[in-house]
Design a binder for this molecule. Structure first.
Ligand code: ADP
Length: 253
């Protein structure tokens, strides 16, 4: 934690060599007091997960972490967190490694359309109040793409990594990310969301593209024309505009 400049995020840091899932550890921590802002980092995860309980491959060489937040505010802005988190990470990567990443809705970071980092948000909401929010981040910092792809079954994803050679900027990258995350978090808390939205759109590879979106119930094709205040994707199809709250999207149509 030397060099960490945040106020809330990272007041406590739990570090593991091996863990089942940093997200699950954070889930258990969420029941305890004084854990707002706690960060869980692991060198390796044995059961990392993505959305819809899909497997997130997490060998050593990557950065696998979760941030537990217990904000005292209503749930109306919860859906902004995937966007805000991917933006924060993209900014941190640019500042520390000078690498450009693109943002793919809802929450992937890509390089040449290959996935270099994924984000997962678990939230518990009770009568419009957020009980806790757990922000999970997996970064393929320095892992061979093949070490990941060989463990993925339905492989319609390309995998990218951030650095190829030995690089000792992991700690700096994590610290910068936590700082950028705290920044967007404060912006969301104070209602300043248009700034996040504009910056996300600037780095996005999704807006303006014809896409195929697969939701849990249907497959839709159309043009991604923007995002709304809540982070929903606006899809234009046969002259109508449809809002997508959750989906997997592909640029193949
Ligand atoms: P996210 O929203 O975090 O991208 P997904 O649930 O789509 O969530 O991510 C899981 C999917 O990503 C897996 O089904 C697999 O295809 C792919 N995947 C798993 N591990 C990795 C990894 N380390 N890097 C890139 N892609 C991965």
């Amino acid at each position: 934690s030397d060099g960490l400049q945040t106020d809330i995020i990272g007041r406590k840091i739990y570090y593991f060599n091996t863990i089942d899932s940093t997200q699950n550890f954070a889930l258990r921590l969420s029941e305890w007091p004084h854990e707002n802002g706690s960060v869980i980092i692991a060198k390796k995860q044995t059961r990392g997960r993505g959305r819809l309980n899909r497997k997130w491959v997490s060998p050593s060489g990557g950065i696998w972490l979760s941030v537990l937040l217990k904000p005292n505010f209503d749930s109306s802005h919860t859906s902004l967190f995937p966007m805000a988190t991917s933006l924060a990470l993209s900014i941190a990567i640019k500042k520390i490694l000078k690498i450009d990443t693109q943002l793919k809705w809802p929450n992937d970071l890509t390089i040449n359309d290959k996935k270099v980092a994924g984000i997962l948000i678990d939230a518990s909401i009770e009568s419009n109040k957020i009980e806790y929010l757990i922000i999970g981040v997996g970064i393929n910092f320095q892992v061979k793409p093949s070490a990941i792809t060989r463990q993925i079954k339905n492989q319609n994803y390309g995998v990218a990594t951030l650095v190829e050679k030995e690089n000792n900027s992991q700690v700096k990258l994590v610290q910068q990310f936590l700082l950028e995350l705290e920044h967007v978090y404060n912006q969301i808390m104070s209602g300043h969301v248009s700034n996040i939205q504009q910056k996300w759109i600037k780095r996005s590879s999704t807006i303006g593209k014809n896409i195929t979106a697969t939701t849990t119930t249907e497959v839709l094709r159309g043009k991604a024309i923007g995002i709304d205040k809540t982070g929903a994707l606006l899809l234009s199809k046969d002259g109508k505009i449809q809002k997508l709250l959750a989906a997997d999207i592909s640029y193949k149509t």
